[in-house]
Structure formats: structure tokens, C-alpha cells
Design a protein around this ligand. Structure first.
Ligand code: ZN
Length: 326
């Protein structure tokens, strides 16, 4: 009985121990599982992420490569487009310049000098070319002011005078015609030989071009082509002028200031002379030695304008008056 009892007492203790061991084992397993999970899972995750990053890096590299190749293909297209735009704007420019073209057309439709002359003559008007020799001088600016006041354009046959650059320039800027007389106006020098004559013309022509930028091709012989001062035939000088493309102009009306006249005589000579012919080339002087001309000029212009005369500057279209031809 005692033995059985002992056995019976021993049995529950064993069972309890087994159960505890089992529980401990279970806890161990759970703990190990948790630890393993905590180690393995992040490791696996890291591996997965690493692989994923590797793939993404590859993708990025591929994408970069594609982007570069697209850029390479697009660049020529962009260049072409830019070139096209430049060409188009170049083509557009004439369109924006249209008003100028219209102005040019309008200018072209304006009458030429000879058409103006013909029209004036047909209307019974006189045509006058006022010409002033021997300048510039200290009075030239005053004369230019007078011409400006009446809005009249004339022709200046100038000599070589130093210190008058502004006057030469103003003649051109004011719209008058700059023309040549000679350098020295000394008959012995000018008409001494063809070489001397040529030198007088070329030197003056270059001087005027240097100052004004205008290469004038209009000339007047000192004393006119009918002068009695030359020992050499005037035809020799005319031959040179023809070869040089220079046109000479004499006159068919003068105020007489080549000699001595007073203001009233100067006015009368011009008006009487203009009344005798349809087209006049009027000889006047721009020289401090010819004061009566400056005194008369206001009156001369006013009378000519009252007579409704067409006053013009000499141009390449002007038909010259020549005392002597070859
Ligand atoms: Zn002269």
C-alpha cells in the first residue's frame, strides 16, 4: 500500500516536469524562431532590396543611354528648325521694308528734271539755273541763308580755298550742286598747258571729294569756254574733259558782275536776260569782290518767283549752255 501510494505520489511530479519541459522547449522554439526571423528576414529583405536596386540602376543606365541617343537625334532637327526660322525671318525682311519700296516707287514716278523743264515750258514758264562762281568766301554762309530762306537750289562753281571746309560741306548738305571752277583761277596757270589744266581740275576734284564726299563732274572754264586768255586751242582742254567724263557749262545770262555793276544793274541784267530766253544759265559770283551781287540776290529771287520761274540746280540731266564746242 505504501509503495502504491509512493508511486501515486511520484507520477504527478513527473508529469508536471514533462509538461514544464515541453513548455520550455516550446518557448525555446518560439524564441529561436523569433531570433532567426529577426536575423533572416532583414537579411532576405536586404538581399531582395539589393537585387532590386541593381535592377533599377541598370534601368537608369539604359534610360540615360536612350536619353542621350534621343538628344543626338533631336539636335540636328533643332538646328534645322533654327535655320528655317532664320531663313524665314530673312525672307520676311523685305516685307517689313515694304514702305521703303513704296517710297522708291513714288520717287520713280516723280518727274525727271527734263520732264519738269518740258512741263514748265509747256505752261509758258521760264526755267533758270542760277550759278555762283569763285567761292567759297566769307559771304558764302550769308548767301546760303538767303537761298534757304527762299527754298531755292542753285549751283556753285567753286575754286580751291583753304579754311572753307564748312562752306563746301554746307553747299552739299543744303542740296545745292557743287561744281568745279579751278584751283588757282590764274589764266596763265590754268591755260598754260593741257597738263597744267588737268592738274588744276584733278586737284580740285579730289579736294572737294575729300571734304564733302562728292565727286563732282561739272566744270566751268575761268572766263568761259570762249575766253581769250588761252594760247592753246580750247578744244584740247575740252578733249581732256570729255575723256575724264566732266561736263562744262557756260552761261547765256549774266548780271554783269564779271565787271563792275551796282545792285540795280545786277537785278535788271538778270531779269532782262531771263526774259529773252526760255532756259537760262545765269552767271553770278560768290566773291567778296562782288558785293553788289549779294545785295541784289534777294531781289533777283523774289522777282523770278513773282514771274513763276522754275529755278533748278544743275544735274547730270541738265542740257549745258556752251559758248564753244569742239
Ligand atoms: Zn571765275
Amino acid at each position: 500500500m505504501r509503495k502504491i501510494l509512493k508511486k501515486k505520489e511520484i507520477m504527478p511530479t513527473q508529469n508536471a516536469n514533462d509538461a514544464r519541459r515541453k513548455r520550455i522547449n516550446l518557448y525555446k522554439k518560439i524564441l529561436i524562431s523569433i531570433i532567426v526571423s529577426m536575423i533572416v528576414l532583414p537579411t532576405l529583405l536586404c538581399i531582395v532590396l539589393f537585387i532590386r536596386i541593381s535592377f533599377l540602376e541598370k534601368d537608369l543606365t539604359n534610360a540615360n543611354g536612350e536619353l542621350l541617343s534621343v538628344q543626338e537625334r533631336i539636335e540636328p532637327l533643332l538646328n534645322n528648325m533654327q535655320n528655317q526660322q532664320q531663313t524665314e525671318s530673312a525672307v520676311v525682311e523685305p516685307t517689313t521694308a515694304e514702305p521703303e519700296t513704296e517710297t522708291e516707287t513714288e520717287t520713280e514716278t516723280q518727274l525727271s528734271e527734263q520732264e519738269l523743264v518740258s512741263q514748265a515750258l509747256a505752261e509758258g514758264r521760264k526755267v533758270v539755273y542760277l550759278t555762283f562762281d569763285d567761292g567759297p568766301c566769307g559771304n558764302t554762309n550769308n548767301l546760303l541763308d538767303v537761298l534757304d530762306k527762299y527754298n531755292v537750289k542753285v549751283t556753285f562753281f567753286v575754286n580751291y580755298h583753304e579754311g572753307y571746309a564748312n562752306e563746301y560741306k554746307r553747299i552739299v548738305e543744303d542740296g545745292h550742286t557743287l561744281a568745279m571752277h579751278t584751283v588757282s583761277h590764274n589764266y596763265a596757270k590754268v591755260y598754260g598747258s593741257v597738263e597744267q589744266f588737268k592738274s588744276e581740275v584733278v586737284t580740285l576734284q579730289d579736294y572737294l571729294e575729300e571734304i564733302t564726299g562728292v565727286k563732282t563732274s561739272f566744270f566751268r572754264f575761268p572766263g568761259g569756254s570762249s575766253n581769250a586768255q588761252t594760247k592753246i586751242p580750247i578744244a584740247d582742254f575740252i578733249t581732256y574733259l570729255d575723256e575724264a567724263g566732266i561736263t562744262y557749262f557756260d552761261w547765256n545770262v549774266t548780271c554783269g558782275d564779271g565787271g563792275t555793276v551796282n545792285e540795280q544793274q545786277c537785278i535788271d541784267n538778270v531779269i532782262n536776260g531771263v526774259n529773252k530766253v526760255d532756259v537760262s544759265i545765269v552767271l553770278l559770283h560768290d566773291s567778296t569782290a562782288k558785293l553788289s551781287t549779294y545785295e541784289a540776290i534777294d531781289n533777283i529771287i523774289e522777282k523770278l518767283q513773282e514771274m513763276n520761274v522754275l529755278i533748278l540746280p544743275i544735274t547730270e540731266e541738265t542740257i549745258p549752255v556752251k559758248h564753244v564746242t569742239k
